[in-house]
Ligand binder design. Structure first.
Ligand code: APR
Length: 314
């Protein structure tokens, strides 16, 4: 009988998000992990790998982590999650990271093309929509094998604030955030429900507006609290949800940045919309039917993304 080998997960960037990705991947049994970083961070990735491998005995996890500074160890990965890049500091926008993180992405995407061209690649580095665009262009990977993680996190933040406002279980909150991973993202109140009841029947407009604002500024709120960097638990868990759906062919419908080809009248840009993720990677890109006001908000978000992407030189 043919044996199913464990999957291999390449984590590019072993910093705050990378370390949490490695821990979650092991705890969820997704596969063996290679935690890759630049030579200057060798001790950090080797240390995190050793630390996680040692905790595996406590609960009996079977997956192993290897810390590496050699792309050859990443070769043959089934899934790659990119967090290589600089996080925001207080007062910075995600767009302020473009120049420095684009340089890093050029290095990373070129290495993926060379060492792991068959991987499903999820980008987390910011500015998200521009980085995933550059990743796709440079790596030459098929469009279904490249996605950006933002929507799961933005939606999760929205759900968290709704559950807090209502004092209800977060499990019963269904919500959707569309568009770019920036201050103009579009939380879709009209499409959100709690236990099947429309959200608009449960919370007054002023409260909903406050939740929308806090969701849009959710990343900045954490940058302001941490001061030395940005969110890491939420981004890690959100990326793992996408990787898990790919590895186990779950076919979950999750909001993510995918290459649009005419949806919402947009072509050639990565932008947040619900996608189905299964063994085929991004198997479907789903268009949400919007009213005039929602369309206008989405267009505003797209113009922000377009401005950043159009300034990318490859
Ligand atoms: N190849 C691999 N890793 C790199 C490279 C590179 N060329 N350049 C930098 N790195 C590594 C850094 O050495 C660092 O360990 O990326 C790691 C980033 O980790 P953190 O600084 O802790 O940042 P983190 O909070 O994980 O966020 C990473 O994700 O959400 C975004 O805005 C965030 O762009 C940022 C990225």
């Amino acid at each position: 009988m043919a044996q199913n080998r464990k999957k291999k997960i390449g984590l590019i960037g072993g910093g705050q998000i990378g370390g949490n990705l490695a821990l979650l991947a092991v705890q969820k049994g997704l596969g063996d992990v290679v935690l890759y970083d630049i030579p200057a961070a060798e001790g950090m990735v080797k240390g995190k790998a050793l630390d996680i491998n040692q905790l595996s005995a406590v609960d009996g996890y079977d997956c192993r982590v290897t810390g590496s500074t050699d792309w050859k160890d990443v070769a043959g990965s089934d899934v790659i999650i990119i967090t290589a890049g600089v996080p925001r500091k207080p007062g910075m926008s995600r767009e302020d990271l473009l120049e420095i993180n684009l340089k890093i992405m050029k290095d990373v995407a070129g290495n993926i093309k060379q060492h792991a061209p068959d991987a499903f690649v999820i980008n987390v580095a910011n500015p998200l929509d521009a980085m995933v665009y550059a990743l796709h262009k440079i790596s030459g990977l098929p469009k279904n094998m490249v996605a950006g993680m933002a929507g799961v996190l933005d939606t999760s933040r929205f759900k968290c604030f709704v559950a807090e406002a209502l004092g209800c279980s977060i499990r019963d909150v269904e919500a959707l955030v569309l568009g770019g991973h920036g201050d103009d993202m579009v939380p879709l109140v009209r499409h959100s429900t709690v236990g099947g009841v429309p959200l608009t029947e449960l919370l007054p407009k002023e409260k909903l507006d406050a939740i929308i604002k806090r969701t849009r500024e959710g990343g900045a709120e954490l940058v302001g609290l941490y001061k030395t960097g940005s969110a890491y638990f939420g981004p890690a868990a959100s990326s793992i949800a996408m990787a898990e759906s790919y590895i186990f062919d779950r076919k979950r419908v999750l909001p993510a940045a995918a290459l649009l080809e005419g949806q919402y009248g947009i072509s050639g840009y990565f932008f947040g919309t619900p996608v189905q993720i299964g063994a085929g990677g991004v198997e479907k890109v789903i268009t949400v039917d919007l009213n005039a006001a929602e369309k206008a908000e989405l267009e505003k978000s797209f113009q922000s993304v377009k401005k950043t992407v159009d300034s990318v030189t490859l």
